[in-house]
Design a protein around this ligand. Structure first.
Ligand code: ZN
Length: 265
């Protein structure tokens, strides 16, 4: 007699066959039959849709990053086309830079928030990388993002990296750099201070906390380079401003900014 059970765990879909109860049984109780069918359907769905969609955590289409709903609803905005936009408003008149852009607009409770949480707290570094590839493909043909020599992610402190396991901004920027076919530089700028959590501070407080947050190593040299500084989320702009102020003494030819998402003020 055949016995079967299929299980799907949340993080790692798997199918387990083992002996438990007869699947073909004359006096099969209706409820049990439904549960078994639900188990089988769920298991088969996991086989066809192996990964959760990072935008909504429902099963994604096999071979696709997002589910069909998120593919439809997640809009990559077009601020990379404009020199003055919602992103660059944060930095105009404060530091010299060429352009800045965010891939997505971040709204509380929206798909972008789920996407960022998926990357940050569920360890989906490959999602960050794939999204970087996607946006890099767009920036490659954007006039304001031509001539970039090096992509630098905002570094996180080694202690934080040890806790989280990876730097999500660095995986996003790795995708960007690969698509733009330029150097991905994770060594010229280092995080010197871990600093307190920035989420409850205003821009001035964040800026104060970040004054000595970053340092230059001098390797590789950034002199004469067109630099793209990359972070995951733009909130007040204090982190990117501090990065730019750290890099400026190295005499780069130009500075551009890019984040995966930005919040609206
Ligand atoms: Zn989705």
């Amino acid at each position: 007699m055949l016995y079967l059970r299929i299980e799907a765990s949340f993080f790692q879909p798997k199918v387990i066959f083992f002996v438990r109860k007869p699947i073909l049984f004359a006096n099969f109780p209706y409820l049990y039959r439904m549960n078994t069918l639900q188990h089988i359907t769920k298991g088969l769905l996991r086989l066809a849709y192996p990964d959760d969609c990072p935008g909504c955590r429902k099963p994604a289409l096999s071979g696709h990053l997002f589910c069909s709903e998120c593919t439809y609803h997640l809009r990559i905005n077009d601020m990379h086309r404009y020199r003055d936009n919602l992103f660059t408003l944060h930095f105009r008149g404060r530091i010299p830079f060429v352009s800045g852009t965010a891939m997505f607009i971040y709204r509380k409770g929206g798909r972008v928030q789920t996407l960022i949480q998926s990357i940050k707290y569920r360890g989906s570094k490959h999602t960050a990388f794939k999204i970087g590839l996607l946006y890099g493909h767009i920036l490659k043909s954007a006039p304001l993002y031509q001539g970039i020599d090096t992509v630098i992610p905002v570094p996180i402190h080694p202690k934080k990296k040890k806790i989280r396991g990876f730097n999500q901004s660095a995986w996003f920027s790795r995708g960007l750099a690969q698509q733009l076919d330029v150097r991905h530089d994770t060594t010229s700028v280092v995080r010197l201070e871990m600093g307190p959590s920035q989420t409850k501070h205003n821009r001035w407080e964040r800026a104060q906390n970040l004054i000595h947050a970053f340092g230059l190593t001098g390797s590789p040299s950034l002199e004469g380079k067109n630099v793209l500084i990359v972070d995951d989320v733009l909130t007040t702009g204090a982190t990117l401003e501090s990065m730019a102020l750290t890099i400026l003494p190295a005499k780069p030819a130009s500075i551009r900014f890019c984040t995966l998402a930005m919040g609206l003020r």
